[in-house]
Design a protein around this ligand. Sequence first.
Ligand SMILES: [Zn+2]
Length: 92
Amino acid sequence: MSTSEHAILCGKCRQPVTARTESHDEEFGCRDCESWASKAEVFEIAKQYATDAAQIGFNRSVSSVARKSKLMTFKGKTSLTKDYRFILADML
Ligand SMILES: [Zn+2]
């Protein structure tokens, strides 16, 4: 399963999310961690991760510019502080 650009991975072990259909509803998640969720829930978490990771990525580039500059300082988060059950590959 993937979005248009990024594969969705398990937030714990970074394995690609797979589908399971053993139960009556189709679920997506990680076989190693036994972490399963509905498709909508997986996308919701991955979307939240994407939003936060994009902000962190932006903060990091501003921060690296600020470090080289005497004129500006930057105080912001440059790493994710939450745990996500599902994440997107290659965001950070
Ligand atoms: Zn896992």
